[in-house]
Design a protein around this ligand. Structure first.
Ligand code: MLT
Length: 262
């Protein structure tokens, strides 16, 4: 079922009587990146996935986004749907949103699943890369940027064995509103560092990372997980940055085991 909340496209699967999970996707993707997880988990959980403002089916408006406004959107969705302490599940940019949401309102969540993400804000080099990306989109259009970015996200095994699906993902990201894509880049560029808060996280947390993740490799994610008391850390085989798409079997297994223990 689809709903529009605060202008955003929100998709609901499973019975609302069950425990809820809210999925927050990465950049430059949309909620469909969670399809394999939602197909399986919606049998037992109320799965809520939305398109972040400016991406997928959620309109870009003026594209003036901040990490805070992304968290505001998430808070409004949780409030409108009256979700009772959902599990928050975010990947990469979705992980930045999730970590900041936990920092702002930890009491609203029962657990966290953080995939292929980091707590550090962009350093100077990272900020310059975002600025160069915006300039490139302005001068060349979205397609070359989307192609390069998406190519870097996926590991070689997936690109080799799923050529058609991989091309479709590039085409989809290339079709987004460039204003929305640039808005996400600006929001990520201006986000706060959430590292200080990691040791204050009290909710059960699972960290997941693709073994070949080139953007947030296990060497970055392991120390992140170690800062969260009692957190679990799982490395996903044969996967790059997009572990829920690249190896859904192992990701689903890890999430289900974690949720069963809650
Ligand atoms: C993502 O997958 O959301 C992006 O890689 C995040 C980023 O560019 O920092």
């Amino acid at each position: 079922m689809k709903e529009t909340i605060n202008g955003l496209s929100v998709f609901l699967e499973g019975s609302s009587k069950n425990k809820s999970i809210i999925f927050v996707h990465g950049f430059p993707y949309d909620r469909t990146m969670w399809k394999a997880q939602i197909d399986e988990l919606s049998e037992k959980y109320f799965c809520v996935a939305y398109d972040i403002r400016g991406l997928g089916e959620s309109p870009a408006g003026d594209g003036q986004f901040t990490m805070e406004s992304f968290v505001d959107d998430l808070e409004i969705i949780i409030g409108e749907l009256k979700l009772d302490k959902p599990v928050i599940c975010g990947l990469s940019m979705g992980g930045y949103i999730s970590l900041r949401a936990i920092e702002r309102m930890q009491g609203k969540f029962s657990a966290a699943v953080l995939c292929d993400t980091r707590s550090e804000a962009d350093n100077n080099e990272g900020k310059l890369k975002r600025a160069a990306a915006i300039k490139r989109i302005n001068t060349e259009g979205l397609i070359p940027f989307a192609k390069d970015f998406v190519t870097n996200c996926f590991g070689d095994p997936y690109k080799r064995n799923n050529k058609e699906d991989f091309e479709k993902r590039i085409a989809k990201s290339s079709s987004f509103d460039p204003v929305g894509v640039k808005g996400s880049l600006l929001a990520m560029m201006g986000r706060n560092d959430t590292t200080e808060y990691l040791s204050k996280i009290k909710i059960p947390s699972l960290f997941i990372c693709g073994e070949f993740d080139a953007l947030t490799p296990p060497s970055v994610m392991m120390p992140l997980a170690e800062k969260v008391i009692g957190a679990e850390f799982v490395v996903i085989k044969n996967s790059g940055h997009m572990s829920p798409i690249e190896n859904p079997k192992e990701v689903n297994e890890a999430i289900k085991k974690f949720l069963d223990r809650l």
